[in-house]
Design a protein around this ligand. Structure first.
Ligand SMILES: Nc1ncnc2c1ncn2[C@@H]1O[C@H](COP(=O)(O)OP(=O)(O)OP(=O)(O)O)[C@@H](O)[C@H]1O
Length: 261
């Protein structure tokens, strides 16, 4: 049976006289992993704020994990949504130990103020193992590289066993090796039948892994197109989307892109 993880209907957000999101319709089913692709300023962060209930839309309805906004406790719902973003990365205390960063995900706190039990420690270490970052145990967060920090934050998000995990530009600031390493980790996470449904947010189409077999293109607050990734990542569609000629080459199941001069 199909189970909706997310359902946005005609979601519109206006600020003063500007429409920043316009009539967004988006349905995600369980284990249907999606990429959200849009240039700077296209409205991605605004849309994520709406999905997490931090911004209330001017019009439209929102249902996340079966809970209808307006009829549900948002703080309670947020426990089931993981959101890994660069703004979160900046908030983590520099001197916090790597394993404590992960454990804090259980309490959705920045810093760790709760008494930690043996079970939490075991779970955090298992997650660090799973994400191939267990070598960071007892390291201060500030001494970890950008790629290592991203892995810790993904492990942190998984600590509360979210049903929906939003990865908001997780490869920003990474070199090509660290980027491929993170992408491999994300691919494994997406392939885990027990794992959360993923939304991968990016402005780089080459980061869209085969496991993200659905893509939504957002442009100037409008859904330009949505559906099957392979169809969407075509020269024709991306040229229209970017309003600039784009060439696409496929290497196996990954595509690479170039602006045509
Ligand atoms: N509170 C606000 N009031 C007015 N305009 C806003 C507000 N928040 C966002 N905007 C505008 O909405 C547009 C979309 O911003 P948003 O941050 O959602 O884009 P984005 O796709 O996440 O961009 P980026 O990839 O650069 O992070 C931008 O033009 C931004 O200036």
């Amino acid at each position: 049976m199909k189970e909706n993880v997310l359902q946005l209907k005609n979601v519109t957000w206006r600020r003063e006289n500007t429409t920043l999101l316009s009539k967004v319709n988006w349905t995600i089913q369980k284990h249907e992993h999606w990429a959200l692709l849009g240039l700077n300023g296209s409205g991605k962060t605004t849309l994520l704020n709406i999905i997490n209930g931090y911004i209330w839309p001017t019009e439209g309805t929102i249902e996340v994990l079966g809970a209808q906004f307006g009829k549900t406790s948002l703080p309670e719902l947020r426990k089931s949504i993981g959101w890994v973003s660069s703004s979160l990365q900046e908030k983590i205390p520099k001197l916090q130990y790597a394993q404590d960063v992960v454990i804090s995900g259980k309490y959705a706190s920045i810093g760790l103020y709760e008494r930690v039990d043996e079970e939490d420690i075991t779970k955090a270490l298992d997650l660090m193992e799973k994400l191939d970052c267990s070598k960071l145990i007892n390291r201060h967060y500030e001494t970890c590289s950008q790629g290592e920090r991203q892995k810790l934050l993904i492990a942190r998000a998984l600590m509360s066993e979210p049903k929906l995990l939003i990865l908001d530009e997780p490869c920003n600031g990474l070199d090509i090796f660290a980027r491929e390493n993170i992408l491999e980790t994300i691919q494994q996470l997406a392939e885990d039948p027990e794992g959360p449904t993923l939304i991968y947010v990016t402005h780089h189409p080459e980061e869209i892994l085969p496991v993200f077999n659905h893509t939504l293109l957002l442009r100037k607050g409008n859904v330009f197109m949505q559906g099957n990734t392979e169809e969407i990542l075509s020269e024709k569609h991306l040229t229209a989307f970017f309003e600039h000629p784009v060439s696409v080459n496929w290497y196996g199941e990954r595509a690479s892109f170039q602006l045509v001069r």
